[in-house]
Design a protein around this ligand. Structure first.
Ligand code: CA
Length: 411
């Protein structure tokens, strides 16, 4: 899960993303100087210990977890070189929802069937939804990252970028240790302190981890039942509704009010039914008031999805729409849903350089698209839509070569 990332749809590298060779970008500042002199770290650590004890951490736990911890330049370099999620939905889902992961996921659903059944009864979250997150986060617990979490968190708490956020996480990591769930040396992960088979941040671990195998510890590293039930508990707590859909593939007609197709816009299902959106097999959508979004990750010619209220839980889990759609689609496959259907025409994605140029052009038009980084977040989508309307193009907010050409020439 990823909630430390800067704005919009940045995806910080998870352990698995690195393993899957997700394109790394924006690494040019990877070795930028630390913004706090590392020599000041020991003094900071002493102060933090006192702060931790004042917050209810026992001196024993504080010493046990923090003694001998040193500043970690690798953590800071990784934080500065925060990766940008630069793959399109078709690239990422094609890579992540492969035959292997479908078969592996199906085998795990079978092997842990009794656990999944008990979890769904208690939390309402179906096994396929959990298995899809499990596969995307750590390849089912195989790749969890190997940096010392306490050291990473202490370094990022000391660093000047987001000290409040990471200080809170470090305190929660100490609470997890104090509770007896994990020892400090067991806590390892990627560079931002995430831990375990679902890469929980310490605050999520502390607040939502459950002991589901009954051994008295919440062990999200070695216990599969604890890991799965904790993920389900977290999903339920952020709004998952049992027995409700999360995502369905649909077919869209050649003409639609494209400007209403966005993950941030919910419409009654009958709105899309009336406009000719159907299921893949041509069956009509129900004419009901169930709120849904029409999401077109590759524009109006690419694959089309209805996302339901349960999909909001995905966007809470990770702030990359490509990640969320991939996890939700993967879950739908594991639940017996159909393979990805092509859309109505060929789709192509702009290169990173072109995406940046597009953002520059939009900024020149007076839009605030945030950082020119090639990441098309909500602000860029809105700007694209406005210009599409202006040029008389279908306003699906998808960046195309045609739009870039019109922006360059101004007509
Ligand atoms: Ca346990």
């Amino acid at each position: 899960m990823t909630r430390f990332a800067a704005p919009s749809i940045l995806l910080r590298m998870t352990a698995l993303a690195g393993f899957a060779a997700v394109t790394l970008l924006g690494a040019s500042h990877a070795f930028a100087a630390a913004c706090q002199p590392p020599a000041a770290f020991p003094k900071w650590l002493q102060n933090f210990k006192q702060q931790a004890v004042a917050q209810g951490i026992s001196p024993q736990t504080a010493n046990y977890a923090l003694d001998g911890i040193t500043y970690d330049p690798v953590t800071v370099a990784k934080d500065r070189g925060q990766a940008v999620f630069a793959q399109s939905f078709l690239q990422f889902s094609g890579r992540m929802v492969s035959g292997n992961r479908l078969q592996g996921g199906a085998a795990l659903l079978k092997r842990h069937a009794a656990t999944f059944k008990r979890i769904e009864q208690e939390y309402g979250v179906p096994g396929p939804v959990l298995v899809a997150f499990w596969g995307l986060e750590t390849d089912f617990g195989k790749i969890m990252g190997n940096m010392e979490s306490i050291r990473s968190l202490a370094t990022l708490s000391f660093d000047c970028r987001r000290p409040e956020k990471f200080t809170a996480e470090l305190l929660d990591a100490l609470r997890v240790i104090q509770r007896g769930d994990l020892s400090p040396h067991e806590m390892r992960g990627p560079a931002h302190g995430e831990v375990g088979q679902f890469q929980f941040q310490p605050s999520t671990y502390y607040n939502y981890a459950v002991d589901f195998d009954g051994d008295g510890r919440r062990d999200l590293i070695r216990s599969t039942p604890d890991s799965l039930a904790s993920a389900a508990n977290y999903l339920k707590s952020i709004g998952w509704q049992g027995g409700q859909p999360w995502l369905e593939q649909v077919r869209v007609p050649a003409d639609l009010p494209w400007d209403q197709a966005d993950v941030t816009i919910k419409r009654p299902r009958l709105f899309w039914a009336k406009h000719g959106v159907t299921y893949l097999n041509g069956q009509p959508l129900p004419n009901d008031a169930m709120p849904v979004s029409l999401v077109l990750p590759m524009g109006r010619s690419g694959p089309a999805f209805l996302t339901y209220q349960n999909f909001d839980v995905y966007t809470e889990w990770n702030n990359s729409l490509v990640y969320c759609l991939t996890a939700a689609y993967y879950a739908s496959r594991l639940a017996g849903g159909p393979p990805l259907a092509k859309g109505n025409g060929p789709v192509s994605a702009l290169s990173l350089a072109e995406l940046k140029e597009l953002q520059q052009q939009l900024a020149k038009q007076g839009f605030d698209v945030g950082k020119i980084d090639g990441v098309i977040g909500a602000a860029s989508r809105e700007a694209i839509r406005t210009m599409q309307v202006k040029y008389g193009l279908p306003a699906d907010a998808y960046p195309t070569a045609e739009l870039l050409r019109r922006l360059r020439t101004g007509r």
